[in-house]
Design a protein around this ligand. Structure first.
Ligand SMILES: [Zn+2]
Length: 415
């Protein structure tokens, strides 16, 4: 799980949680006791905030509840976590015009001052109420935890669920933002992912195409549908049939995750080399009647494209690169030179009747996406590349000449 954010005045950071099962090294009575006490304390504060029915500042919360919580045996930071959490529960219940929250689950949020994590022997010590301490062995592999060396951890959530203890340790890493010097626009298609790197003045620096495993995934889906059609009612019940469906589903998931991770990594590495700001198409803005949306849905649905984008964004942000999503309306149907409607010839080649432009459909889409970004951010002065954007009538040099560069560098590089 990743949340990437940049709060105003704060450096951009990546946040990731490590959720693992934890085994108390001695008896776990005290930990269970702590979790119960914690839950009851949160409930108590929830009840009191609920009855006050007024806006409460942090300071007010502290004045009202701190000493009571401490006298129950909680440490200073426990107390703070409890009243802040209780208030957030009340706030969200009120904003959803729901009833007073009632807590059942055993879960506690522990501040970074109240636990210590030892990566070397994968243990965590928690400071509990009344000066008790518990040592937990985390059930995880070394590799999984090794990743977080050098990250800072700031909060841990401890849970008791189904007879087991679970901890989620939240890690945070500041990423040094890369100042973009070029723009990389990416067009996702059924057969390929097309990538163009351009300078802010429109010179094409790099064009790359990766094949997608869409067809393979589609085959598995067709198999699933075929089985379900053949056993419309019984496929869930007959064990062998259900297994077959599950196996195809699993293959689809594996292929798509493997591919998405790989492409996310490759794209981000390429973007690092060119100091690129990455421009993706905004999949939420694909209209129902849009040609591309239709094509996506007919074949596979949008989930796989979302997954690819997710991985690209994840890998890019981890490297301090900026990612922007742009409405791709018209990017595969308008002439990048004169703005007229393009006609599709055979082999995915687009042609403009008005100015004679011809170009590969996917390459044209990346150029158009790039142009859309440039015109958008030069108008409203959004962050990004120091722009001397091409004038409306000026073409990206990649598109000049009868056969533009984009057409001559035809790279089909499968990964
Ligand atoms: Zn044209």
């Amino acid at each position: 799980m990743l949340v990437s954010y940049s709060v105003r005045g704060e450096e951009p950071a990546v946040v990731e949680a490590l959720k693992v099962r934890a085994l108390p090294e001695s008896s776990y009575d005290k930990l269970l006791e702590f979790l119960r006490l914690y839950r009851d304390a949160v409930q108590l504060i929830v009840d009191r905030i609920w009855s006050i029915n007024k806006k409460l500042s942090r300071r007010k919360l502290h004045r009202l509840f701190y000493s009571d919580l401490v006298s129950m045996g909680f440490r200073a930071h426990h107390a703070k976590e409890i009243y802040i959490y209780a208030k957030s529960l009340v706030d969200s219940a009120r904003s959803n015009s729901g009833g007073k929250p009632v807590l059942r689950k055993l879960s506690a949020r522990v501040d970074k001052y109240d636990y210590r994590l030892y990566l070397d022997n994968t243990t965590l010590t928690l400071k509990l109420h009344s000066d008790y301490e518990v040592k937990l062995k985390l059930v995880t592999s070394r590799e999984r935890i090794e990743k977080f060396r050098g990250w800072s951890n700031y909060e841990t959530v401890v849970k008791y669920e189904g007879g087991e203890f679970w901890v989620s340790v939240y890690f945070r890493r500041i990423v040094k933002p890369v100042k973009p010097r070029t723009i990389m626009s990416i067009d996702l298609n059924f057969d390929n992912v097309t990538i163009a790197v351009l300078t802010s003045s429109g010179r094409l620096l790099r064009l790359k195409r990766f094949k997608t495993p869409h067809r393979k995934i589609l085959t598995h889906r067709i198999w699933i549908e075929r089985i379900q059609r053949r056993y419309p009612r019984s496929w869930r019940i007959i064990k062998g049939v259900r297994r077959a469906v599950e196996r195809h589903g699993e293959r689809m998931r594996n292929i798509s995750w493997d591919y998405s991770h790989k492409i996310g990594d490759l794209v981000a590495e390429l973007a690092v080399r060119y100091y690129s700001l990455i421009v993706l198409e905004d999949l939420n803005k694909l209209k129902e009647n849009n040609k591309k949306s239709k094509e996506f849905n007919k074949k596979l649905g949008l989930w796989f494209y979302r997954r690819i984008q997710f991985c690209i964004e994840y890998e890019a942000r981890e490297r301090g690169l900026e990612v922007i999503k742009i409405n791709s309306k018209g990017t595969s149907s308008k002439c990048p030179r004169c703005g007229s409607k393009l006609i599709e010839n055979e082999n995915r080649v687009l042609r403009c009747k008005k100015c004679g432009f011809t170009g590969d459909r996917d390459v044209t889409a990346t150029i158009n996406l790039y142009r859309k970004y440039v015109s958008k951010c030069s108008r409203c002065g959004v962050s990004g590349v120091a722009l001397n954007a091409p004038k409306p009538d000026e073409n990206p040099s990649g598109m000049q000449g009868k056969r533009d560069d984009a057409m001559t560098i035809k790279q089909h590089e499968p990964i």
